[in-house]
Design a protein. Structure first.
Length: 257
């Protein structure tokens, strides 16, 4: 009897193992493009300032977390993607969904006090405040492409990997992707052929904060042409992503030679 019982137990274990195997179908094909706003921040992930540890933390979080992202942006959520400036305009529906999923308050009380101060001074917008130092990743066909954090133009954090500025234009959210944190500018000031450099400065730079144009030209030039900025600028404007967006007819702006 013991051998029969053991045989039955083995059969049951095999059966359970088979039923637990994932099933694959066409529905399991990963989306061609996703921008995930994670339910985690620069601080909670200990991302640091340099790209290697930051990307490592982001990929570890994707592999291990049980928490869903705060927000998932896919191709149908994009009204347009301006390639030269790496500016993503969300549809009205996606903008509304993003607003409904914003974190109410930051977990770190020191960060929340900074957000409250900026709001009292009239800097930024509700999206920018709520998503301050929130982590994001970009996936193409399910593969990790790059990631970074949301960060406002006035931040003094020396972030050496991609950041997103978020603004609201005619009721729609716009994500401006910068190769690294370039202080004082709302979007990547390179290329400059169609927009003068000084038009990229955030409107916050007014009154007592205004500086001479030559200071900005030299300072922003240095940040925008740093080794990391040049590297990530080419990295985020890669051919694979371009082909996905072109096939979905989301692109505006022509790629620069």
């Amino acid at each position: 009897m013991s051998r029969i019982l053991a045989f039955i137990i083995i059969l049951l274990m095999v059966s359970l193992a088979v039923t637990r195997q994932p099933t694959f179908s066409q529905n399991d094909t990963p989306p061609a493009f996703q921008l995930l706003i994670l339910d985690a921040s620069w601080g909670t992930l200990s991302m640091g300032y340099d790209p290697d540890p930051a990307f490592e933390r982001l990929q570890e979080h994707l592999a291990m977390t049980q928490s869903p992202p705060l927000f998932v942006l896919e191709l149908d959520d994009i009204a347009s993607y301006h390639w030269n400036w790496q500016s993503i305009t969300l549809t009205e529906a996606a903008t509304q969904r993003l607003a409904e999923n914003l974190p109410a308050r930051h977990a770190n009380p020191d960060v929340q006090r900074l957000i409250d101060l900026k709001e009292s001074l009239g800097w930024g917008n509700p999206f920018e405040s709520a998503l301050y130092i929130q982590a994001f990743v970009v996936l193409v066909d399910g593969d990790f492409l790059y990631g970074g954090i949301f960060l406002d133009p006035m931040s003094q954090m020396a972030i050496n990997y991609p950041v997103i500025r978020i603004e609201i234009v005619e009721g729609q959210a716009v994500f401006n992707i910068l190769p690294t944190h370039i202080p004082f500018v709302s979007y990547d000031p390179v290329p400059r052929e169609s927009t003068p450099l000084d038009e990229a400065y955030t409107p916050v730079m007014e009154g007592d904060h205004q500086q001479a144009p030559d200071f900005f030209d030299s300072a922003v030039d240095g940040w925008a042409t740093s080794e990391n900025s040049v590297y990530f600028r080419a990295f985020i404007r890669n051919e694979r992503l371009f082909e996905v967006l072109e096939a979905a007819e989301k692109l505006t702006g022509e790629p620069e030679e």
